[in-house]
Design a protein. Structure first.
Length: 404
């Protein structure tokens, strides 16, 4: 593995930890600032807003710079945001610092995916993206549980300060290991022109619909495990750790399989997701079956992430592609909001905790249809480019023959 990918993975680990660890520190932050737990919960929404706003904005501002310069600058924002969060004297200050931190999130993954592709041969592009993204999944396995424990035993401020240190380590790694010439300086007009391509919007739509299936269920995983499967509350955390291990395995496997099968893998993955959710709805009252299906569900869902991320960059057909890559990160957050909202809707209608699973199954089926269209469109585009290249070679050969 190129060491530059390790630096990107460390940054992804820090970003994933700071995004999700607040969920485990809600009571401690509320007590420390003298506010309600629900008020602190709004910080999660504030972070999501920051991701959506920052992904296209900061990426557009960084187009004229090299990927390494942009990534280092984004990590500086990340470090400052977490440091301010750690020392925030009031709730309002903490909210502002969290939004500042979130601005770097989508852009880092967007630009980082483009940089990761440049560190390996083209046939390993998806695998490179998966190695960066595995830092995000490991955050849920290691970073979030450890951060929650430190917050409970010591201080939530220490956790956020420690995450700022991870950002500093990432900056050092990027400067030491990511070659200065990795990737190309982009052109904002060309990056924006990529959004005229139907394939780009098709992939963004696929992300919002297909991955909403994940969040429609995972957003309510705790009551699903306790109320339906009958698992004691004390066992929820270990089960979620197993889920995190599954997502890590899936991300790594998806990188390899995605390079080999491309969009066909996404079609199969979404169909498998729908089948797993349907089985989950029928077998959710069995503790063993519920845990097994949940872990398999996470493994398959996360396996598709690197493939889709690489697919949107290729769909842009531009030299850089960082802007569409960042837009896909924003689309993931839209999927988060849409999936959670649809899950909440069916639960509010007293349809029970199996209802989000059926919602997820429908979303996954719809996403598989979009993935199938994306596969056909990509094949047509590849065939057209190959034909154009063949015609150009024939024309050049004819001119050389005439000249001879």
């Amino acid at each position: 593995m190129p060491r530059g990918l390790l630096a990107l993975a460390i940054g992804a680990f820090g970003i994933g930890t700071t995004e999700f660890v607040v969920m485990g520190m809600l009571p401690e932050i509320a007590d420390g600032l003298g506010v309600s737990v629900s008020a602190v919960g709004l910080l999660i929404s504030a972070y999501a807003v920051g991701v959506v706003l920052g992904a296209p904005t900061l990426t557009a501002l960084g187009v004229r710079f090299s990927p390494r310069q942009t990534l280092v600058a984004l990590m500086v924002v990340f470090v400052v945001g977490n440091a301010l969060s750690a020392v925030a004297p009031t709730y309002e200050t903490l909210a502002a610092a969290r939004v500042l931190t979130a601005l770097a999130h989508g852009s880092f993954f967007g630009v980082g995916a483009v940089a990761a592709r440049k560190l390996v041969p083209p046939e390993r592009a998806t695998q490179a993206i998966s190695l960066m993204m595995v830092g995000l999944t490991l955050a849920n396995v290691v970073g979030v549980p450890l951060g929650t424990l430190v917050a409970q035993q010591l201080s939530w401020r220490l956790v956020l300060g420690g995450i700022a240190v991870i950002g500093v380590v990432t900056i050092a790694g990027l400067l030491a290991w990511l070659p200065a010439g990795t990737g190309d300086r982009g052109d904002l007009r060309a990056e924006l022109a990529a959004f005229r391509r139907g394939q780009v919007w098709l992939v963004l739509g696929l992300t919002m619909v297909g991955f909403a299936a994940l969040f429609s269920v995972y957003s309510y995983v705790s009551p699903i495990l306790t109320d339906l499967a009958g698992i004691p509350e004390g066992w929820v955390t270990p089960v979620l750790a197993l889920f995190g291990v599954g997502t890590t395995v899936g991300t790594l496997a998806g990188g390899r399989l995605g390079d080999r099968f491309g969009w066909s893998f996404v079609v199969a993955g979404l169909l498998t997701t729908a089948a797993l959710l349907a089985a989950f709805a029928f077998l959710a009252r069995s503790p063993v079956a519920a845990v097994v299906l949940l872990v398999l569900f996470g493994t398959v869902a996360f396996a598709m992430g690197p493939v889709v991320q690489n697919g949107v960059i290729e769909a842009a057909r531009v030299r850089g592609g960082s802007l569409v890559s960042a837009a896909n990160q924003a689309a993931f957050n839209v999927a988060n909001a849409v999936g959670a909202a649809l899950g909440a809707l069916v639960i509010s209608l007293d349809l029970g905790y199996t209802a989000p699973m059926w919602v997820g199954a429908v979303l996954a089926l719809a996403g598989s249809g979009l993935a199938l269209v994306a596969r056909r469109s990509d094949r047509r585009e590849t065939a057209r480019v190959a034909a154009d290249v063949s015609a150009w070679r024939t024309e050049v050969a004819g001119r050389l023959d005439r000249a001879a």
